[in-house]
Design a protein. Structure first.
Length: 736
């Protein structure tokens, strides 16, 4: 026999059952290479899984055919049977991918079967939900519809090109660009451009899913998955009309094994698992369906046992046979019963989260989809308001903690929105799949074969299955992961933990990273030293009045903000600023320097790394920090021929993307390996600096940088601010 989809859940279960219980069967598996991994290597890895334990002597009965459904290779000519398990099983695939896999792939496979010149029994694995949005009794027969297969196929395959074209329209690009620039303008226009392109690609993906779903529902199916599977059946039925032997097996919702290869065996998350896990976490507040609606679940071992039985009983040529492998007709499980059993399981075996104890389980009342939608929409609006407020809140540990909690809430709302869109059709489906043909097949088998290949779903005790088999199986890996997370301690950076490879540098931002200060504050440090008491009051009042406009300028473009501040130095003598920094401000600067920052810099120097300070602050303010760094790149005030500051800079300040550009030039000049180097910064405007190095560290980050760092798994450190006890701190650390 030929088997496709062997690396999937059903295909893997079927292969192990055939090797274990069908002596002498020879299986050729069609497997595509994956990256640099060959098809043969993938199958070898598959056969080493625990589920194939004890079958080592049977692996020589498995031959590998390298290929893909998008390019099916010639098939063996001595086939007795073909089982087509492969297909896109996502409920919301991009529309072109759904058609390619479920329709074109099936058609191309059948074309290759014709080329063999033989007539193997072709068993097509479909889904019971090809019935779509129908209601009531669903017979084991062809789905009644008059959809033009060729027209829909041509449309579906053309959508990527069409939507890619739309994504480059001014309407889409302007909208995404403005959003990206609003978020990333402080980091730089190229960073905004990169974010715009990423958003365009995400729009294409989302739109391909949306148009597929809408087209499917306009024709009476729940989603693109069931729509393309139904059209795939039309391809198979046309093949059967050529006097071919064809069987179509339609499982309902496939879940973990009841008995074989062992109770609870499952790989990956199927349809029910995300919902069960979210409920156990206390994150699924209610169900949009009715409590008495049937949820049709079938264990995977029943599905593959039924496939083997179907293989052994080919139909007459030209008369395709249909088999539902389902439970709802003779052993119905309702959503209400499912909920109660899952709740009882988590009551007895709750998820715990740190010191907070057991997760609080929501009480479902099944209020209907409109009520659930209304509550979700209200929560989404509240989230947007909270996110806006948090984005404008002062930076602090509490702000970051609130951001972390709000992000968790955002992910929960995203999950609920996706769940509501995908699953509510199934939660509201009033389908009753007849399995009379399947039951008749089961009863026609010998008593011994019924014991070996059991697929009578009426025997499933749902309480036992859910509470003692399925829920323990799907929660076990999550519990193990929680244990690992609980045991994991935040890594502490030490000299031992730093790379000792040559050519490494550590790049540091200053304001907000090393010092708890900002450019307005540091301006006042210098200028107020020159003024009398009355003049100081006047200057403080004048700057206080300008703060709101300066803050707005800083949010729009940091370089323009810095230039606005540095205009205030007009008329000051640069030599006087240097003298003030050396004589009066050194102690003041050092009191604002984080002890953790000093320790980190010393560790890098001890490891032989080049230490570099990159700041938009003016050069005089960095003078107290010279002993710490091998190089300081700061803003240079322009002066006239008398040494008086003009209010302008000698060159553009290093902010945003100009920092990363400077770093690349500095690295090339000094033989620095940026991929092995470190970067430390606190602000989203420093994103280019951090992305330029291989070891970025966000230090007490603002909310946008904090979120970016968490998404990309960057190191996040909270360097303590200086206290009065650190006023005598010597940053040089005794190094000459």
């Amino acid at each position: 026999m030929l088997l496709t989809g062997v690396t999937g859940f059903v295909g893997e279960a079927l292969l192990q059952l055939m090797l274990r219980e069908v002596p002498g069967v020879r299986v050729t598996v069609l497997v595509r290479p994956k990256g640099s991994t060959t098809a043969k290597s993938r199958v070898e890895s598959l056969l080493k899984k625990p589920v194939f334990e004890g079958l080592e002597s049977s692996v020589d009965r498995v031959a590998v055919l390298s290929g893909d459904l998008t390019d099916v290779p010639p098939l063996p000519t001595d086939l007795d049977a073909v089982v087509h398990c492969a297909g896109d099983v996502s409920f919301d695939p991009p529309v072109d991918e759904g058609f390619l896999t479920n329709v074109v792939g099936t058609r191309d496979l059948l074309a290759r079967i014709r080329e063999t010149g033989s007539d193997p029994h072709y068993v097509h694995i479909s889904t019971a939900y090809v019935a779509g949005r129908r209601r009531g009794h669903i017979p084991e027969a062809a789905v009644d519809h008059d959809v033009d297969l060729e027209a829909e196929l041509a449309w579906g395959l053309s959508q990527r090109r069409s939507i890619e074209h739309q994504s480059r329209s001014a309407f889409v690009l302007e909208r995404e660009r403005k959003k990206a620039e609003k978020t990333h303008s402080r980091a730089g226009l190229l960073t905004s451009a990169s974010a715009t392109e990423a958003a365009r690609k995400e729009w294409v993906k989302t739109e391909l899913v949306r148009v597929g779903t809408e087209r499917a529902r306009s024709l009476g199916w729940t989603d693109c998955y069931t729509f393309t599977k139904a059209l795939g059946e039309r391809v198979v039925e046309a093949y059967a009309a050529e006097q071919r032997r064809v069987s179509i097996v339609r499982p309902s919702i496939i879940e973990s094994a009841l008995q074989k290869p062992y109770p609870g065996w499952i790989e990956g998350f199927k349809m029910a698992e995300p919902l069960i896990l979210a409920y156990g976490r206390g994150e699924l507040p209610d169900m949009p369906g009715a409590a008495d609606t049937i949820v049709d679940i079938v264990p995977v071992d029943h599905v593959v046992a039924a496939i083997v039985a179907v293989l052994a009983h080919p139909p007459q040529p030209g008369d395709p046979a249909y088999f539902h492998v389902s439970s709802g007709d003779r052993n119905p499980l309702t959503f209400g019963t499912l909920y109660q059993n899952v709740r009882d399981y988590f009551d007895a075996h709750p998820f715990t989260s740190g010191d907070r104890g057991a997760a609080r389980l929501p009480e479902w009342r099944f209020p209907g989809s409109q009520t659930v939608e209304r509550v979700l929409s209200t929560s989404e609006r509240a989230f947007k308001v909270a996110d806006y407020v948090l984005g404008h809140a002062p930076r602090s540990d509490r702000t970051r903690d609130l951001a972390r909690k709000l992000d968790q809430q955002g992910r929960r709302l995203e999950f609920l929105r996706r769940y509501l869109g995908l699953y509510q059709e199934y939660a509201q489906a009033e389908l009753q799949f007849s399995d009379g043909h399947t039951l008749a097949l089961y009863r026609s088998m010998s008593e011994q074969d019924r014991a070996t290949f059991a697929f009578d779903t009426a025997v499933v005790d749902w309480k036992v299955y859910l509470q003692e088999i399925h829920c323990p199986a799907v929660t076990a890996p999550i519990r193990r992961l929680d244990e690992v997370r609980a045991a994991r301690k935040r890594p502490t950076a030490t000299v031992k933990g730093l790379s000792d490879k040559p050519g490494i540098a550590a790049f540091f931002d200053m304001d907000g990273t090393l010092l708890s200060s900002n450019v307005i504050e540091t301006y006042l440090w210098l200028r107020l030293r020159e003024l009398s008491g009355t003049e100081r009051f006047v200057e403080l009042s004048r700057m206080a009045a300008k703060v709101p406009s300066l803050v707005q300028a800083e949010r729009r473009e940091r370089s323009a903000f810095l230039r606005s501040v540095y205009r205030e130095y007009e008329g000051a003598r640069l030599a006087d600023l240097d003298a003030i920094a050396d004589e009066d401000l050194t102690d003041h600067v050092l009191t604002r320097l984080s002890p953790d920052a000093v320790r980190k810099i010393r560790q890098h120097r001890a490891a032989g790394h080049r230490t570099v300070l990159i700041t938009g602050a003016i050069r005089p303010l960095t003078r107290p920090l010279r002993p710490l760094f091998d190089h300081i790149e700061a803003a240079e005030l322009a002066v006239d021929d008398q040494g008086v500051c003009t209010g302008y800079l000698s060159s553009s300040p290093l902010v945003g993307e100009s920092r990363s550009a400077w770093m690349r030039g500095y690295a090339a000049e000094h033989g620095i390996d940026l991929a092995g180097s470190y970067g430390y910064a606190d602000s989203h405007s420093d994103l280019p600096l951090l992305e330029a190095v291989g070891r970025p560290v966000a230090v007490r980050p603002d909310v946008p940088l904090y979120r970016h760092a968490r998404r990309h798994r960057w190191t996040i450190e909270d360097w303590a601010s200086s206290s009065s006890a650190t006023r005598t701190l010597n940053p040089a650390g005794g190094r000459s």
